[in-house]
Design a binder for this molecule. Structure first.
Ligand code: F6R
Length: 261
């Protein structure tokens, strides 16, 4: 795991975007894993600015959303299909036919999740998975006690997650109780992951993920098993990391050939 501590939320988006840009520059047909929520919005904005400037081209890339709500219509502005279209596909100039979101409206959920896993495998796997982390340590919607071997499936959102996401809805009762999410095993199969976190509300989850024991109570800790995970956090989200100075020192002394900025 590489821990990159930067000044503020804007810098988190800028630095993490460089990582994703380097993958797409290397392989214009890269497969992206796409998180939603507040955490990655700075990444998408930074990438969109570079697309607008003609520096990056996502038209041949493909994407798989990390998760989707169950129980709200596709056209709901907060369905993740809508969010991905609005915040990612359009601003990055991606080909909508190459971007998939788990089908939370499927009449046969069991078949839909198997189909989603197969589509990822058929695409050759995810080259770079973008992630945020919940205050309770979830990644994707793999809530505490999710199996480290889990694949895409239906999950019940934890009450804390529903409360945290109420800000996106007119009324807290409208937040769905269920979702489809890539599993921890699915996420661990991505060739590379970049997770971003901003603000003190994420500090405890970040510390658990990076320095805590591998454990069911912090699903993000599963990333300790990943061979190529980059964690980009601002000072507030890094505030409970015991080895923060070591991560700063490591990053400052990173060999030139390993740098992505
Ligand atoms: C979103 C997702 C979630 C969020 C997490 C943090 O697709 O899978 O794990 O990344 O809930 O949410 P925000 O970024 O809104 O704080």
């Amino acid at each position: 795991m590489e821990i990159v501590i930067v000044r503020d939320a804007d810098e988190v988006g800028r630095v993490a975007a460089l990582k994703i840009a380097s993958v797409v520059q290397r392989d214009p047909e890269a497969v992206l894993g796409l998180a939603t929520g507040s955490s990655p919005t700075g990444i998408y904005a930074s990438l969109a600015a570079r697309v607008a400037a003609g520096e990056l081209d996502f038209s041949r890339a493909s994407g798989f959303a990390l998760d989707e709500y169950v129980g709200i219509p596709l056209e709901h502005p907060e369905s993740y299909a809508s969010v991905i279209e609005r915040d990612v596909v359009v601003p990055l100039g991606m080909d909508a036919s190459k971007v998939r979101v788990p089908d939370g409206r499927a009449s046969d959920i069991e078949a839909a999740v198997v189909d989603y896993e197969q589509a990822i495998a058929d695409a050759g796997g995810i080259d770079i998975q973008i992630l945020g982390i919940g205050a309770n340590g979830h990644i994707g919607f793999n809530e505490p006690t999710s199996s480290f071997a889990s694949r895409t499936r239906i999950k019940t959102l934890a009450p804390q997650t529903r409360a945290d996401n109420a800000r996106f809805f007119d009324d807290p009762s409208q937040v769905p109780t269920h979702c489809l999410t890539q599993g921890l095993g699915t996420i661990l199969d991505a060739h590379e992951v970049v997770l971003v976190a901003q603000g003190s509300a994420k500090a405890s989850a970040v510390a658990g993920m990076v320095e805590g024991p591998l454990g069911a109570m912090c699903p993000g800790s599963a990333l300790q098993l990943h061979r190529h995970a980059t964690i980009v956090v601002d000072e507030a989200a890094a505030s409970l990391l015991q080895l923060a100075d070591y991560y700063r020192y490591t990053y400052a002394n990173k060999p030139v050939w390993q740098r992505f900025e």
